[in-house]
Design a protein around this ligand. Structure first.
Ligand code: B3K
Ligand code: ZN
Length: 906
């Protein structure tokens, strides 16, 4: 009998506190697939064993959308039942170990969720994390069950010449009827979420390498025929990843063969399946004609990220999904460090750090303050796919970074050696097992017994259990007579869903003092020390309120607080404009130098937003002149200048306000951009001309920084042209768009015209489309640019509705759906938040349409309304109505249901 869950029954909440070890272990799995898009047959032969540590109970195997044909235990038929999707076996042999054979079929061609086994462009792919394996066969679909996998794939040889799975190829050959087979054996035990298969017409770039340890490996990047000319950068990134992990952490490649396969239908960026990483094409394919510098950088970091998971995630995995940040936070930290270590100099490292912090503050801080706020190690969830969040990933990475900082000492000022020692101990203790975030932190602390981390570990771990962004309120006191300077810190953390009161965090605050008149980095002398130790100090705060005093301070200095963004907190300090200008001009810490400029701009924006009357910009002469100095600075590099000259985003500005009027924010920020464009016109012209020629294309940090600055300059020049009737710069932009020899320059020129709303944007967009109509990833950019376009008169929504009717729009392809729908709803606040509520209506229609196709993608889109409670009227009420409209749909997925019910909760 088929059991249907009543549409109104609330979905089950899964709680971390309910964890119990599995009642059975699976030792070996032999999977045989007869691949057919309409009906794939899966034979699953397992050896299982009772877990002696758990009371005797039935075996409950997870399954989803499977057709069950046969179940055999030790070769004989057995009784079983199906209960809420699970296959339940009660009469199992008393022997310790037994064989279970399950035969099922599934329908990959109908799988629009892209979880489990699915078809994309006539090839087969799988995605199993978090709970997709149960859509392939009945199994104990949980990460703490680790088994040895052998996989045989059978398929039509002409249609599916390439047959891949995890590990090493054991055997392959021809079968009857034009079919062939391949058998793969994975030498490592793994949880089923790391299983993968790929079958189709693919070609590969390959490279043999010998590691430092003297082992030979075969690296392969598989793509569709026709995409080979876009695989070099992914391969280079993979080789760099192998070298880096061995050099920095002593972690070598443990497989003879390591494969990356690209697919254009993928729910997220990429997946770290053991030895067979499956990637979204967006994070593999690049050449200078089709990909921008940002694409190149993203490919490097995602290739690195998935490769680094081979140790942090695959060799040591998560005990349960609440521990997701164990592998994700750590692996993001590793990929951030990898990209930084590949940078040519300290300035490019700082640029990377600023970019990472910008992501954290514009995406994670709002998440931490909204209805979906959750600790880095959550306590409960309804749908685990909703918890692949910026909190788990990016805040999780900041926690790991703080651990590194807190192992630092005199001989190891950054903590890199201490942290590496901790990693070594972590692998010595836990290799081959499924563990918790606590196990990780314990290993890092135990390897550094004298460190601040070891001393403060239980308190440090509050970062894992408490949600919300702490605020560090700072005041200072200069005693001119005693020549002392005191910084008083008070920490607080707002309530988050389910967590009213918070206990004090361990906050590592890296700080320095800058001379108010000299701009010099001042030597720091603590009471009791005879001499100044250095000009930077790590203050480890543990109490709700604490102070630190420096001696021999000859004049009132400017404090540089939270250098390098040493903790994921908000620093609240009432800087004067003069102090910020000093930091912007002189802070030796590039992060705080950038931050000073952002604070100045933010202050001016908030002032204009709150003022009465029409939205105007009131950037003062001192700010404009400071920006000019940065732009024209003889030694600062271009990438850093581009960051300083970019105003805080509308989302970031909105986060600083209690009541958000998105139209007002947009109008003020646009006015500020126009003022910067006009008043620095001569400087932008200089910047463009000085940075527009960059010789042969190379995606390195230095030349991509130059292209970024030239791109910003061009967009400012086109913006200024709007109000001055200038036709020269739009003309130049059009020329550059036509002549560019790389996608970065071409796309920057196109964007400059489109965002400025210039008449030349129309022919340029048409030309771009016809040039790149056969390049899916470039078409995504074309769609995204139009859906993300600056709204001048409310035309963007109707343009978006037209784009949905474009013959190249396919809602089932997540990249394409994101390029239009997400670019509008999540990345274009000035166009999305309309007083007539039409943007919200559009959002609700799209969430519902997507939910029927692909709940994971729909739930991501649903998050666009997270911050609705902060909105001013009429937006707030209209948003409320739109969310209720979605919530009223009876057969919503758990994914969307969880997001909208949290949004509506008090
Ligand atoms: N681990 C995967 C993400 C899986 C998402 C499942 N909904 C990619 C990554 O973080 O490397
Ligand atoms: Zn990851």
């Amino acid at each position: 009998m088929l059991l249907l869950r009543d549409a109104n029954t609330p979905a089950a909440v899964i709680r971390r506190a309910d964890y119990s070890a599995p009642a059975f272990w699976i030792d070996t799995v032999h999977l045989s697939f007869d691949l057919d898009p309409a009906k794939t047959r899966v034979l699953n032969k397992m050896t299982l064993r009772r877990n002696p540590d758990v009371p005797e109970q039935a075996l409950r195997l997870d399954g989803d959308e499977l057709n069950l044909a046969r179940v055999l235990v030790n070769g004989a038929g057995t009784s079983f039942k199906l209960d809420a999707g699970q296959l339940v076996l009660e009469n199992l042999p008393a022997s310790d170990s037994f064989e279970l054979e399950i035969f099922t079929t599934c329908a990959p061609a109908k799988n629009t969720k892209l979880m489990g086994l699915y078809v994309s462009n006539d090839s087969f792919f799988t995605q199993c994390e978090a709970e997709g394996f149960r859509r392939i066969t009945y199994y104990l679909d949980r990460p703490d069950v680790m088994a040895s996998f052998t996989v045989t794939l059978r398929a039509d040889k002409a249609k599916y010449p390439v047959l891949l799975s995890n590990g090493n190829l054991l055997d392959s050959g021809t079968l009857d009827d034009g079919r062939h087979f391949a058998t793969w054996v994975d030498p490592f035990k793994k949880p089923c979420y790391l299983f993968a298969l790929v079958a189709g017409q693919l070609v590969c770039r390959e490279q043999r390498i010998t590691s430092r340890a003297g082992k030979d490996h075969l690296l392969q990047v598989y793509v569709r025929p026709g995409d080979m000319d876009k695989t070099e950068h992914a391969m280079t990134s993979l080789i760099n990843s192998v070298i880096w992990d061995e050099a920095r952490f002593g972690l070598g490649l443990d497989l003879e063969r390591f494969m990356i396969v690209a697919t254009s239908d993928f729910n997220m960026g990429a997946m770290e399946n053991k030895g067979l990483n499956v990637f979204n094409t967006k994070y593999v394919l690049a050449n200078q004609a089709t990909a921008t510098d940002v694409d190149f950088a993203n490919i490097e970091s995602v290739v690195g990220h998935e490769y680094f998971h081979n140790w942090t995630g695959n060799r040591i995995t998560c005990r349960d999904w609440f521990q997701l940040s164990l592998k994700e936070g750590l692996t993001v930290f590793r990929d951030q460090e990898f990209s930084m270590d590949l940078c040519a100099d300290a300035s490019s490292r700082a640029v990377k750090r600023i970019e990472d912090v910008r992501v954290l503050r514009t995406a994670q801080f709002p998440e931490d303050a909204g209805p979906m706020a959750h600790p880095v190690r959550p306590d409960s969830y309804i749908e685990i796919n909703n918890f692949y969040t910026v909190t788990i990933y990016e805040k999780g990475a900041e926690l790991v970074r703080m651990m590194q900082t807190l192992t630092s000492g005199q001989s190891d000022p950054l903590g890199r050696e201490g942290f590496a020692r901790g990693m070594t101990l972590y692998f010595a203790r836990h290799d081959g097992s499924a563990v918790t975030c606590d196990d990780f932190a314990q290993a890092i602390a135990d390897a550094n017994p004298d460190s601040a981390l070891a001393k403060l570990l239980p308190q440090f771990n509050r970062w894992y259990s408490q949600a919300g962004t702490p605020r560090l309120t700072t005041t200072t006191h200069y005693d001119a007579t005693a020549q002392t300077y005191t910084l008083n810190f008070a920490q607080s953390c707002p309530a988050t869903p389910g967590q009213e009161a918070k206990e004090a965090f361990v906050i590592p605050v890296s700080l320095g003092l800058v001379g108010a008149s000299s701009g010099a980095a001042l030597p720091l002398q603590l009471p009791g020390s005879a001499v100044a130790a250095s000009d930077s100090h790590l203050f480890v705060m543990t109490q709700a309120a604490e102070s630190i005093t420096f001696e021999n301070v000859l004049e009132e200095p400017v404090p540089s607080i939270l250098r390098g963004f040493s903790a994921p907190v908000i620093v609240d300090f009432d800087y004067s404009d003069a102090q910020l200008l000093t930091l912007l001009a002189h802070d030796p810490d590039p992060f705080n130098r950038w931050e000073a400029g952002q604070r100045l701009a933010l202050r001016s924006a908030i002032h204009a937003i709150k003022a009465a009357g029409p939205a105007t910009s009131s950037l003062d002469a001192a700010f404009i002149s400071a920006m000019r100095s940065v732009l024209r600075h003889p030694t600062l590099d271009a990438a850093f200048k581009e960051l300083v000259l970019t105003l805080p985003s509308e989302t970031y500005i909105a986060e600083q306000l209690d009541l958000v009027d998105p139209q007002r924010i947009h109008a003020v920020r646009e006015a500020m951009r126009e003022q910067l464009a006009a008043e620095l016109a001569a400087d932008w012209q200089w910047a463009f001309e000085a940075h527009c020629q960059n010789g042969g294309y190379r995606p390195d940090t230095l030349s991509s920084g130059r292209r970024a600055l030239a791109g910003l300059a061009l967009s400012m020049l086109c913006l200024a042209a709007r109000t001055s009737d200038d036709v020269i710069w739009p003309g130049k932009a059009y020329q550059r768009f036509k002549d560019a020899d790389n996608m970065t320059d071409r796309f920057n020129a196109l964007s400059a015209l489109v965002h400025a709303g210039h008449a030349l944007a129309t022919p340029a967009l048409a030309r771009f489309h016809s040039l790149f109509k056969s390049e899916e990833l470039v078409l995504d950019k074309w769609f995204a640019l139009q859906a993300g376009c600056t709204d001048r008169g409310g035309q963007v929504l109707s343009a978006v509705r037209q784009l949905l009717k474009h013959p190249d729009f396919h809602i089932r392809n997540p990249n394409r759906a994101r390029s239009v729908i997400f670019s509008y709803c999540s990345a274009n606040p000035g166009a999305f938040h309309r007083a007539d509520a039409a943007g919200y209506l559009f959002w609700s229609e799209q969430v519902l349409e997507l939910d029927a196709i692909n709940p994971q993608v729909a739930a991501r889109l649903a998050r666009a309304m997270d911050r609705w409670k902060k909105l001013a009227e009429p937006y707030r009420n209209a948003a409320f109505e739109a969310i209720k409209r979605v919530a009223a749909k009876p057969d919503l997925s758990n994914d969307v249901r969880e997001v909208v019910s949290r949004a509506l909760a008090d």
